[in-house]
Structures are given as C-alpha cells and as structure tokens.
Design a protein around this ligand. Structure first.
Ligand code: SAM
Length: 599
C-alpha cells in the first residue's frame, strides 16, 4: 500500500528513469491499451487537440508528456443500465448459495468492453435537489417493477401525465411515510438528535427514503442494496440525489473498514440474520463502532402483533426472535430500546465483554486468521468476531459530536504512513484553498447543478470536508492499493468506500454530477490502464456532468486525448500554487451522446 503523500515529486527528476521504465514495458503497455512512447509517434491531431485546450503558455522546461494512440469508443450494444461487475447476464455463472451471484464479479480482461454507455431514449437533465427527493423523470430510470409490484408500500408512484416517478417516502415498514417512522426511531435513540450519531448504513435500502429523510436530520447514510428484482432501486436512490451504492450481504465483507458506522439499519431487508452462524450480524458488528446501534424493523420484531401478515407461524417467529436475541447477546450487543415495530441493539464498548471469546469453546470465537479488521475488498465472511484494533477513543461515546468531529484527526490517523494530527490539519488547510480555487474554475460547484459527488481517491476526506456547506454529498473512495485512511474519513463523520479503480465501481451509469481525482492516474498507472479508468468515469457521470482531474502534467495530453474521444470538453488550468509539474483539467461530459435504440 502506498500513500499519496509519499508520492515522489514528479518531473524533471523522474523523467529519465520513467522513460527507461516505459521503454522496457512498452510491449506491456500496448497490451494494456495502446499506451506508447516515445513522442515521435505523436499524432498531429493529438497535438492540436492538446494545444487547443492549453490556455497556459508552455514553460521553458516542459516535462515529457505521455502520448496515447488515438482510440475510438463505439456505443455499447448492451445496455443503458450497464453495471459491469454486477451484470445479470453473468449471474448464471455463479452460485445461488447465499445469493453469491449478486455479489461483485467483474468480467475478465478478455471480456472487457471498450464502449460508451448510451443514455435512455428521452433522457432529460435530472431534477435538481431538493425537489429530486420527491420526483424524477420517468425516462431517466425507465423501470416499472417497483411501481407494479409494491404499489401499497408507496416506494414510488407513476405520474404518467407528467412523465415522472413520485417518491411519497413510503417503504415496506413505513408505507405511511418515512418521516413518522424516523420520528419514532429518534424517540428510541436520543443520540440521533444531538449529533452523537452522524454516519449510518441502511442495508437493503429500497429507494433510500430512510437515508433521504435522515439528511435533513444531519445524519449521512450509505444506502446499500443489490441489483435484484427490486428493479433499479439504487439507481432511483441516486437519481433522487441520495447517497447509495450497489452491494449485498452474501459471502464477502462489505467494502468498509471496521468501526466505521455509528448506526446500521434494516427495515425488512430480507437478510437472513440468524443463518450461517450469524455471519451477517458478525459483519454488522465489524463495521459498527463500539457503542454503535443496530436497528431492526420487520420480522421477527413485534411478531406478537404482526405475525399474521408475514405468512409465518407465531411459533416460528418466536423461535427466530429468541435465536436473534441470543446471537446478538453472544456478540456483545445489548437490547437498547424497543417499541412497536422497531428494536434497537447497542454494540458494547466494554472490551471486557470480549474476553470470553478467547475461549475456543465459546461461540462466536475471535477471528484468529490474521485478516486485518479493516481488510474488506473481496474478503470472505467468516463466522468469527473481528477483534477491536485497540483504539481507546473509537467508541461512539468518545467520538466528538457532529459537526466538531469533522475537524478532528482521530486516533486512527496513526495507521496512515506519515499520519499525524499536524498532517491532518495541513491537509484540511490545503483542501480549503484548493476547493476555493476549484470554485473559480468551475463556478457551478456549490450550485444546485452539482449534487452527487465522488472523490475518487481521497486520503483524509479533505475535499468532501471543504464542501460541507454546499448542497452536495460526497462519497470518499480510498483505493484498495493505497494507505488505508478510510477509517479516519468515517471518524470525521463523512462516508466512503474502498474501491479498486482497475474495476468498475458499484453503481449504475449516469449517477454522479462530479468526479474528483487527485493524482489517481499517476498513483495507479502501474496497475490500471487509464483508458479504462476514464471510460468508467464516463459510464458513471451524468450527461453534462463534470470531472476535476488534478494530475501530473506528464499525463495531461493522454487524458485529453482519451477525453476527446469520449466527447468530453476539457480545459487545462493552473493549480492553485501554479505548480510546474501538475495541472487541473476541468472536463464536462457531453449531453448529446447517443441514445439507446430501446424505447
Ligand atoms: C422488502 S425490501 C425493503 C426495502 C426497504 N428497507 C424498505 O423498508 O422499504 C427488501 C430490501 O432488502 C434488499 N436485500 C435483500 N437481500 C439482501 C441482502 N442479502 N443484502 C442486502 N440487501 C438485501 C432488497 O434488495 C430490498 O432492497
């Protein structure tokens, strides 16, 4: 793992070794997508393209710049809602056990397509936040399963005349509106009202009405659901401007560090909590911080009054509830509060509760396989309790309340190479000034034109923190190959996920208004072909969406070339400190990309 902060300074010092390295590996580069060197193969067209977009006079000593072969990207034949790593067309290859076929299974390199995803016929600029919470254009997410199969639950409703889907805020457990449901929950958990609880995960989120409601209450939720029969639920969530990602509790850990979330929620989310030795509860235990809350509504909670509507016998439900209680107690959860349909458990912050798990005869045992508590990228779930990392102030009670925690470096900063509270403060300052500069380059940043934002390779979440007063939410991505700083991001009350940018992200096409990269191409160039990274960005950007690419100048021409082929318009700009070797590309994805033939 490497830290961006430890990145060696770029050119000209690196130019000679880099040239030698590139020559040695040029055959490999061809395989990876046609990257080539030296510059004498430069295409005329590429030069003029780069110059056209270059408002800055060339410096006396210009670092060599990587060139790429001209590439054309056809329109993908299949399909406008393409999610390469959770592709229903590939489901049959994988096991139905634990619904493993719905987990991430990315296509091998040989099956990777180099194409641009078309937009649906009739697609319009998405409705702006906050109206988007209540309505979206029907043709932007043309999927009718939920409307046809769950009309009584009020997830969404079709308004044919207006060509919109309306979101009345209903759900399986709150058909009369999520607001009242969350009010009840706040009565049970006072910490939801005073800034104690800031980060949440909603497993099996539907169209994310729960997460959407909590935004107004200062709680930031990662809404998570698979691509399953609840057609396009995560796409609806993102179209509404609510943070959500594709994911499933199946055979692998969720892509978050340990002790991340202050609260986890499941409203009739169909996850078999008591099956398979309780591996899903153990995973909730791993990702919750000590003192964090697990909230369950739906079967078997309140079975005494609700069992008749659930097609199960009262005895079955009673035994299931007892099993659940027992399992939770065995994992050091305590029942915290319960009323009607909602039950709340709290994860113990008392380390002495876990001493019993050292005894091999006690179930669940402590995990002893050496897998790091934070490792969560294709890591199998195991029926054991992940031990704590020994931080004293990681618990919910010891965590400063929101919004103070945004500006505080948590203990976990020491896990990052070079990580200190001084480095954290420095980073915070850097991002304040950088975002100020970004706003001069991209004046729509901070307006309702930009809502869904991704920082594709963050360290401490500084970019997101600098945008905290804007009408945006930011998902902070930490590369699975860089220093593991995601815990610090969560500790400051922000949300994020691990991801490997050599693969497709767990989201639908056209789900982000702005993607931000800071040296990602430089950091990952030895592993990931930039062509695929940029094509993936094109897939997930909304038409007219933006990318801010802060990069080494070495990659600028190559990025501009590929961006041009994707019909993005880009402008090359100086960095805030007028760096010689870095630049900022502000790119916009064109709206008029080909529409799908499917109507
Ligand atoms: C009945 S719906 C409830 C949706 C929402 N919680 C509500 O109350 O409206 C069940 C949800 O659980 C999700 N789900 C089912 N199995 C899951 C699993 N193993 N992991 C994560 N989500 C799952 C479904 O995709 C769907 O979003």
């Amino acid at each position: 793992m490497k830290s961006k902060d430890l990145r060696p300074s770029p050119y000209p010092d690196r130019r000679v070794p880099m040239t030698i390295m590139l020559l040695v590996f040029c055959g490999f580069s061809f395989y990876l997508g046609g990257i080539y060197f030296p510059a004498n193969k430069l295409q005329k067209e590429d030069v003029s393209h780069a110059l056209q977009l270059e408002p800055i006079e060339p410096k006396a000593v210009t670092p060599a710049s990587l060139q790429v072969e001209p590439i054309e990207f056809p329109q993908c034949e299949c399909c406008e809602d393409r999610t390469p790593c959770t592709d229903p067309m590939r489901w049959r290859k994988y096991s139905v056990h634990k619904l493993a076929f719905m987990e991430r299974h990315c296509p091998p390199m040989s099956e990777r397509e180099e194409c641009q995803v078309p937009i649906p016929f009739g697609y319009k600029t998405p409705i702006r936040w906050p109206n988007s919470r209540d309505e979206c254009w029907m043709k932007n997410v043309p999927h009718f399963w939920i409307n046809e199969n769950k009309p009584d639950q009020n997830w969404l409703r079709k308004d044919e005349a207006a060509e919109k889907f309306l979101f009345p805020g209903g759900g399986t457990m709150f058909p009369n509106g999520v607001g009242r449901y969350v009010d009840q929950m706040q009565e049970l958990i006072p910490g939801m009202k005073d800034g104690t609880i800031r980060t949440a995960i909603d497993t099996g989120c539907g169209v994310a009405s729960w997460g959407g409601d909590l935004l107004d209450r200062g709680i930031l939720t990662v809404s998570l659901a698979p691509r399953d029969n609840h057609e396009a639920q995560v796409q609806f969530a993102l179209e509404r401007g609510i943070p959500a990602i594709l994911g499933i509790m199946s055979t692998q850990r969720l892509p978050f560090p340990s002790s991340s979330f202050d609260m986890a929620h499941c409203a009739r989310c169909l996850i078999p909590w008591t099956e398979f030795g309780g591996i899903y509860l153990l995973e909730i235990h791993r990702i919750l911080r000590p003192g964090g809350f697990w909230v369950l509504s739906g079967p078997p909670v309140n079975y005494q009054n609700k069992w008749q509507g659930w097609n199960r016998t009262v005895e079955e439900l009673e035994s299931n509830y007892e099993k659940l209680q027992k399992m939770l107690a065995s994992m050091c959860f305590k029942l915290y509060n319960q009323k009607d349909d909602i039950a709340v458990w709290q994860k113990s912050s008392d380390e002495s509760c876990y001493v019993q798990h050292d005894n091999p005869d006690v179930y669940p045992p402590k995990c002893d396989d050496g897998t790091e508590p934070d490792a969560a990228w294709y890591i199998p779930l195991r029926p054991c309790l992940v031990p704590s990392q020994g931080f004293e102030k990681i618990g919910l009670e010891a965590t400063p309340k929101w919004p103070e925690r945004l500006h505080i470096a948590s203990e976990r900063v020491s896990m990052i190479p070079g990580g200190t509270s001084g480095a954290f403060k420095q980073d915070e300052k850097k991002w304040k000034s950088r975002v100020k500069h970004y706003k001069t380059l991209l004046p729509v940043l901070g307006t309702d034109e930009i809502r869904n934002v991704m920082d594709m390779n963050t360290v401490y979440g500084g970019f997101a923190a600098a945008l905290i007063d804007e009408p945006v939410w930011v998902i902070n991505v930490v590369s699975t190959y860089s220093a593991n700083s995601l815990g610090v991001v969560f500790d400051r009350g922000l949300i994020g996920t691990y991801h490997d940018w050599c693969e497709a992200f767990s989201t639908y096409p056209r789900t982000y208004d702005l993607l931000h990269l800071d040296g990602l191409i430089t950091d990952e160039s030895h592993r990931c072909n930039m062509k695929y990274v940029l094509l993936e960005m094109d897939r997930i950007l909304r038409p007219n969406g933006y990318a801010i690419i802060y990069e080494s100048s070495y990659f600028s021409d190559a990025i501009l070339n590929i961006a041009k082929r994707m019909r993005w318009s880009c402008q090359k700009n100086k960095t805030e400190d007028d760096s010689e070797n870095e630049m900022i590309l502000i790119c916009q994805k064109e709206f008029s990309i080909p529409t799908s033939h499917i109507r």
